[in-house]
Design a protein around this ligand. Structure first.
Ligand code: GTP
Ligand code: SAM
Ligand code: SF4
Ligand code: SF4
Length: 337
């Protein structure tokens, strides 16, 4: 198993299968890859099926236990089922999707070996959903979630980005997961580091407090030191789990980060917020293996090491001053600024 200089073992990888997407969510950080807008057709630079599988095979040799397939929108890839089916034995395969294409493919994905799915759902109101995602696919997403549950995926997590445009819907989504077996909720703190608009952020501590008041019990997940709140439904006969993903300025979160990312065009990235990417060459097994070693050796906790606090402000640690910033690295959404 690979371990970085801060004692963090590498246990998971996140593979961005494409940076294309059929939605245009106002908050999207696109896993640090820049704008999702553009042609919907497959792009030449995207990793081929075989290249993805080679990366997974090397990762499995290095004792990586789980892979998250993400994007952009990973369900735009027609070879998704094949990738899931041919992923290394013993590696947990999960998917994060906007859910708009899930209804027809959930059964096939389960058959291929998918173990669980996260579906982004920021609102229970179709109009608000359309405004946030810039798409009219609310009904398809709801059908996708139902199909995933019916197909036996467990858990199905609803991902909700908590920012000023969604915070009012938190209680409704908490109720929804408490009422439905198999559903869980992930409240993801809005991350302005890449997406911009820091003024959209809400105080995540207040969300924690609100959940703590309602929870029967609270657990802490090892990954990222995330809190999980277990909340009973109105009748008291069901219980929902709500996990909070709160990476912003959170040193405990970064201290417990065990993930690297593979970009859609075949580079390895040690941190979502850090621009450093390492191309994996022609993607021979030897090149991929070397890239994993180098990237893990270069991994540092973003908050607490790459960024440190000075007089109450987060500033770049002098040791990394020469490194580009995220904002310089990606093509930011020019017309949003
Ligand atoms: N800063 C940061 N944010 C993360 C990290 N992992 C997940 N997130 C945030 O959480 C979002 C949702 O992640 P998902 O891919 O649905 O899943 P997850 O919760 O990380 O993983 P599982 O709980 O294992 O399904 C990401 O797009 C990020 O916004 C991380 O390592 N660092
Ligand atoms: C980039 S999307 C890719 C997968 C898929 N298209 C989807 O939306 O689920 C992965 C996750 O990132 C979350 N996300 C995107 N931008 C974010 C931001 N600025 N802050 C926090 N989470 C964000 C989305 O809500 C989604 O759950
Ligand atoms: S669906 Fe996912 S990738 Fe697409 S714009 Fe929304 S958050 Fe970004
Ligand atoms: S180190 Fe980077 S990838 Fe890991 S939790 Fe912190 S910001 Fe996210």
């Amino acid at each position: 198993m690979l371990v970085d200089g801060f004692g963090r073992e590498l246990t998971e990888i996140r593979v961005s299968l494409t940076d294309r997407c059929n939605f245009d969510c106002v908050y999207c950080h696109n896993e640090g890859l820049g704008d999702t807008r553009g042609p919907m057709a497959p792009q030449d630079e995207e990793l081929s099926t075989e290249a993805v599988l080679r990366v997974l095979s090397v990762a499995a040799d290095l004792d990586v236990e789980a892979v998250k397939l993400t994007g952009g929108e990973p369900m735009l890839r027609e070879d998704l089922e094949e990738i899931v089916r041919r992923a290394p034995d013993g590696m947990e395969v999960s998917l994060t999707t906007n859910g708009s294409m899930l209804a027809d493919r959930a059964d096939g994905l389960v058959e291929a070996g998918l173990e669980r799915v996260n579906v982004s759902q920021d609102a229970v109101d179709p109009e608000a959903f359309a405004e946030i995602t810039q798409s009219g696919a609310y009904d398809q997403v709801i059908e996708g979630v139902d199909a995933a549950l019916d197909a036996g995926l467990d858990p199905v997590k609803l991902n909700m980005v908590v920012f000023e445009g969604t915070v009012e819907y938190v209680p409704q989504l908490v109720d929804r997961v408490a009422e439905r077996d198999g559903l869980r909720l992930q409240l993801i703190e809005y991350m302005p580091e890449i997406a911009g608009h820091p003024e959209w952020a809400v105080d995540i501590d207040r969300v924690h407090e609100w959940l703590a008041e309602r929870a029967d019990r609270i657990e802490t997940r090892e990954m990222h030191d995330r809190k999980r709140y277990f909340i009973a439904d109105g009748d008291g006969d069901g219980e929902g789990m709500v996990e909070v993903v709160d990476p912003v300025e959170n040193t405990d979160f970064c201290e417990n980060c065990h993930r690297v990312r593979v970009t859609h065009d075949g580079s390895l990235k040690g941190c979502l917020n850090r621009p450093r990417v390492h191309p994996m060459g022609e993607l021979t097994e030897a090149e991929i293996r070397a890239a994993f070693h180098e990237v893990v050796a270069d991994r540092v906790p973003y908050y607490g090491e790459f960024m440190v606090q000075e007089d109450g402000e987060w500033v770049r640690n002098e040791e990394y001053v020469g490194e580009r910033t995220v904002v310089e690295h990606i093509s930011v959404r020019a017309d949003d600024d």
